[in-house]
Design a protein around this ligand. Structure first.
Ligand code: SF4
Length: 302
């Protein structure tokens, strides 16, 4: 039996749902029940009535699904799918920043481990970061771990933003340079530049539009142009080409590949469903505190 058929059979038998991030391999996106960005996946995870969630994304995303669904089994096909950015924020650094700025609110990017989220007032994603920061009842906001996303927020918020750590970044987005943009523009001079806010400031400043991955898809579908340069992980191009078949998309950098996101394969998805492991477990006290910060985010913009 084909892998996909067997995955479908087991999914129905076990009342499982497959959630996949926009950066997943094309074949994993195609077998998923829902493909989206971190915010959409968190919302889906909160709403699902499935008994089992197979989460095709990195560790912090699967943890968020587990935090929102303490009574469900959350599986991650490859336990090695660990986001390096999430590892950059240590809880000790966060506690020091809290002590230094006692009146500040703490807003953490969803790209953090549950133990960090447990210390936050609210979580945000790239889709809602300025809205969440502006919703805080404090003049100063401790924000982390992505310094590039902090740059994006600063330009859209009157709040004083203190970054923790000072130079956190996504290696995949940080390597997309202004030189890459200029080279891509020389090749495709009529294309609009659409980038993710995890890109470096000079790439953001050059862009026609900055958005989360799903925001990029929405923009490209609705916009009147027909050709785009896409500044994010290359996995998004699969969804863009599928959902806007009449338009033309080029990666700003063909090497913007997140190795961690690509760890999940169809065989691993099938194996996870068969064995019902690896299971994502978040310690109860951490999960409860982290849930408050995630649920507060889910209320923003409702
Ligand atoms: S693309 Fe960047 S932020 Fe996203 S999982 Fe990969 S390393 Fe982490």
């Amino acid at each position: 039996m084909k892998l996909v058929d067997e995955i479908e059979r087991l999914k129905a038998k076990k009342n499982a749902v497959i959630l996949a991030h926009n950066y997943q391999r094309a074949e994993v996106q195609d077998v998923a029940d829902f493909v989206g960005d971190s915010l959409e996946l968190a919302r889906r995870a909160a709403e699902t009535d499935a008994d089992v969630i197979v989460f095709c994304g990195v560790d912090f995303m699967a943890e968020t699904a587990a935090v929102l669904n303490p009574d469900k089994k959350v599986l991650i096909p490859d336990i090695g799918a660990v986001c390096p950015m999430a590892q950059m924020l240590l809880t000790a650094t966060l506690k020091e920043a809290r002590a230094e700025h006692p009146d500040a609110a703490v807003v953490l990017y969803i790209n953090t481990l549950a133990e960090s989220k447990a210390l936050a007032d609210c979580v945000c994603t790239s889709a809602n970061a300025p809205a969440v920061v502006n919703a805080m009842d404090a003049e100063t906001v401790i924000f982390g771990p992505d310094a590039n996303l902090a740059y994006y927020v600063r330009r859209r918020s009157p709040k004083r933003i203190v970054t923790v750590p000072e130079h956190g970044l996504c290696p995949t987005h940080h390597q997309i340079s202004l030189e890459d943009v200029e080279a891509a523009r020389r090749q495709h001079s009529r294309a609009k530049l659409v980038v993710h806010p995890e890109c470096v400031p000079e790439v953001q400043d050059a862009a026609d539009h900055i958005a989360s991955t799903s925001g990029m898809v929405r923009f490209c579908k609705q916009d009147e142009a027909t050709e785009y340069l896409i500044g994010t992980e290359v996995g998004l191009l699969h969804r863009l080409k599928k959902e806007a078949p009449g338009k033309c998309f080029h990666a700003v950098s063909e090497t913007a590949i997140c190795p961690q996101m690509k760890m999940h394969t169809l065989s691993k998805v099938l194996r996870a469903l068969e064995r019902e492991k690896p299971v994502v477990v978040v310690q109860k006290e951490i999960a409860e505190a982290a849930r408050n910060a995630v649920e507060r985010m889910l209320q923003v913009g409702k």
